[in-house]
Ligand binder design. Sequence first.
Ligand SMILES: Cc1ncc(C[n+]2csc(CCOP(=O)(O)OP(=O)(O)O)c2C)c(N)n1
Length: 375
Amino acid sequence: MRSPEDRFIEILKAAGVDFVLGLPCDRIKALLQRISTHGMYIPLAREEEGVGIAAGAALSKRNPAMIIQSSGLGNMLNALLSLTMFYNLPLPIFISHRGVYKEPIEAQKPMGRALKGLLRAAGIPYTLINREDDIRRIEAPLRRVFSEGRVHAFLLSPAVWEGCIPLEAAERERVFQCREFNQKRARMKARLTRYQAIEIVKDYLRDNLVISNLGIPSKELYQILHQPSNFYMLGSMGMATPIGLGVSLNTTRKVYVIDGDGSLMMNPGILGTTAFFNPSNLTILAIDNAAYGSTGNQPTHTERVTDLAVVAGGFGIRNIYRVSTKRAIVAAMEDDVRGTKFIHVITRPGNANVPNIPLSAREIRDGFTGTIVDK
Ligand SMILES: Cc1ncc(C[n+]2csc(CCOP(=O)(O)OP(=O)(O)O)c2C)c(N)n1
């Protein structure tokens, strides 16, 4: 019997879809893996740019599609309305609909529940794909997308992919093959994992304000050093450094941000805003595992082409360290300089097997604000 992933890809191909622009979601990692083995996958840094690339491709008579997580729609709406729909360009959007079916992450729920209303308000028709059998319901609307120059959303419930591929196996493999390594990265010989890097800086974080990135980084920090002055992000990818800047401008205490390469790439302009204010009490730990670690280790652009230390320097940050060993991480943490520090920590992909954080958003918020008074 064909897997739901194979049936999905067959339908896309039959409708003439040339390529699929995507940003991963944990629930569709097996599907993304298959799409990429068909040579159809283009990885994005931010969902919004996918709308622009797809518009350019449609103007060049190609048939693009996008595959995203429901949270990503929030990053796309302006471009969808003022570009794709305004010019009547075709774009099917396959949305991994989080927050409504067996959802363990509370922060997925607000966007997941609002999704249909947002689509309706934007005038984007949608089709619900709630189980494996519904996959065939993609065919007819997908054909109309290309014949009539429309946007159409397909809401893919995680139930569709449940139990078909052993997710553990997909988790263990690198989802995409890396052909050539970014040379600087290769010279750095990434040996540490994110977990080990956080363990190394643990004593520097103690009793300070820490903003930790969504997904596994927050869970790892919780396991390594739980303290009320940790603000654990549970959602809102790309907001770790902005939150850290907002806090650091309003306290004299030291603020550390544990950010990720995927998240920094989603919202890199924040580095310019940070350089503009240049607060000395802010340190950004950019833990660069060259992957979207929390969603199955799909590579980010730092694996092949992008150097985050150079990016930060280009945006005007002056104190930049590129480190991959314990000694170098410690030296960077101890360096006493004026202005914001950007510590580019080159690590290898890999997630510790850590449980969910047993705190509600309110508990996290109140714990953090309770400690914020200047000492
Ligand atoms: C707008 C948006 N798109 C996609 C996701 C799904 N998502 C959650 S965590 C994550 C990966 C984050 O990668 P990175 O910042 O490199 O951190 P890592 O997990 O590798 O430490 C993704 C893609 C999301 N939460 N929000």
